[in-house]
Design a protein around this ligand. Structure first.
Ligand code: NDP
Length: 458
């Protein structure tokens, strides 16, 4: 008779929890996973996947507009938002079912309901206790909003993916991943978009040249970006809402969306009662093995607030399963994780930005290209692609690659392998380009960027 009902009990059937449970189940471990919402988690149900489907939808606006330069005559296109939302919902339901099937095929028992940890080896769901040798917390995160008057009127990305009608005018607050992605989506579908950010530029943490160029391109597409702007209050009107800034400006909108960050889902999980350490942001504190201060309790993904990206959660989850159930100890390597922002145009990046590299390595060489992609010669689109390499001047190692422009996320995946392998700039130069492509610019940049004296001295 086994000592515990399960060898691993996972709380949360999102990307990290499902990946870890399936891998553990694949090694023959007895695994259960609980979920109080739909199987698939944020990424599949209300994040990356539905967002990307809407991004694809929004990009047709460019294709219609650009086609004229290539000889096409397209009758004025019309767009049906409810039809897209319905199609998107069908696809999300299909994927959620696939996730259920994959769990079943890996021998993982799915228990529907909210799990609460009641001791280091017990999870309670709907009044029933399940014991497990290990507990894996993979409960994800949720959007947070600041506490200002009228905040009850705003929506988050959760609701933005399911709006019954396309807003004629939307105010989006925030300058991070989600805000810029949704600004591009609504702009593509023809909504008037006002984005309010509290800093000078969008996408804090990304390379400054990319941040500035993205702001220029988004403004060029008609998105109104208000920098150094904070919202004081929001009031409901007969039709829509008024957003008042701290300096008294008023903006009206049909919908006000906040994308001001996410917080780990640790409330009500019983963690404090059991003694699991969490940080000021509510994230489970874990070591390099994703183990909490309680040796039987592990945590992966957004709930640990390390790098909050789906593929990172998946890799962390698989590392836990390998370590615990395959005698193959793996620590997740959080260095050089590539990421992309599906803005219009999109951003892709891997490694250090220029500022980080200067701080860590002192002397760095910068290679930068900004050009009009070939397609834009005939389309007449003014948009310009930006590519940038950050190189350690001493070792010649490429420390960071950054791109703003069509296909940046697709291009960055391959470059991430080179950066992960420690490729030098010389190796980039020795690589033959693919012509004609935008990507070839990454292997043909010869001239170091010479910054104006003041910038270089900084
Ligand atoms: P981010 O942390 O990326 O951005 C939050 C934004 O909100 C920042 O611009 C921040 O400003 C601003 N902000 C925070 N608090 C306030 C406030 N009180 N008033 C005004 N502005 C405020 O969070 P997101 O919500 O955009 O996304 C959450 C996470 O989800 C991301 O960090 C990312 O890890 C993940 N994600 C990844 C995607 C991808 O890989 N493509 C897509 C979507 C999400 P400031 O810079 O000044 O702090």
């Amino acid at each position: 008779m086994p000592r515990y009902d399960f060898e691993m009990f996972t709380i949360g059937a999102g990307s990290g929890g499902v990946a870890s449970s399936r891998r553990a189940g694949g090694y023959g471990a007895r695994v259960a996973i609980c979920e109080d919402s739909r199987v698939g988690g944020t990424c599949v149900i209300r994040g990356c996947v539905p967002k990307k489907l809407l991004v694809y939808g929004a990009q047709f606006a460019d294709a219609f507009a650009d086609s004229a330069g290539f000889g096409w005559t397209v009758p004025t296109p019309s767009f049906d938002w409810p039809a897209l939302i319905e199609a998107k919902d069908r696809e999300i339901e299909r994927l959620s079912q696939i996730y259920r099937t994959m769990l079943k095929n890996s021998g993982v028992e799915l228990i529907e309901g909210r799990g609460v940890v009641v001791d280091p080896h017990t999870v309670e769901i709907n009044g029933r206790a399940y014991t497990a040798e290990k507990i894996l917390i993979a409960s994800g995160s949720h959007p947070t909003v600041p506490d200002i008057p009228g905040i009850e009127h705003v929506i988050s990305s959760n609701e933005a993916l399911d709006l019954p009608v396309l807003p004629r005018r939307i105010v989006i607050v925030g300058g991070g991943y989600i805000a810029v992605e949704f600004a591009g989506i609504f702009n593509g579908f023809g909504s008037e978009v006002v984005e309010m950010i509290r800093r000078d530029e969008l996408l804090y943490g990304f390379d400054d040249d990319i941040r500035v160029a993205l702001g220029q391109e988004m403004r060029g597409r008609g998105i109104e970006i208000h920098a150094r702007t904070q919202v004081a209050r929001i009031e409901k009107r007969a039709h829509g809402y008024s957003v008042f800034t701290t300096i008294g400006h008023e903006f009206s909108a049909d919908v006000v969306m906040y994308a001001t960050g996410r917080k780990p889902n640790t409330n009500g999980l019983g963690l404090a009662e059991v003694g699991v350490e969490t940080n000021d942001n509510g994230a489970v504190v874990v070591d390099e093995w994703s183990c909490s201060n309680i040796p039987s309790i592990y945590a992966v993904g957004d709930v640990t607030d390390r790098i909050n990206l789906t593929p990172v959660a998946i890799a962390e989850g698989r590392a836990v399963a390998e370590t615990l159930f395959n005698d193959n100890p793996i620590k997740m390597d959080h260095a050089n994780v590539p990421s992309a922002v599906f803005s219009q145009p999109p951003v892709g990046a891997v490694g250090l930005n220029e500022e980080q590299a200067r701080r860590q390595y002192g002397e760095v060489d910068i290679y930068l290209a900004r050009f009009k992609a070939m397609k834009n010669t005939l389309s007449g689109r003014e948009e310009r692609t930006l590519m940038k390499l950050v190189v350690d001047a001493r070792s010649d190692r490429v420390l960071g690659c950054h791109m703003l422009g069509p296909d940046a996320p697709e291009i960055m995946q391959g470059l991430a392998i080179a950066v992960k392998c420690g490729a030098s700039k010389r190796m980039f130069d020795q690589t033959v380009g693919i012509h004609p492509s935008a990507a070839e610019e990454f292997v043909t940049m010869r001239e170091k960027l010479v910054r104006p004296a003041k910038l270089a001295a900084d």
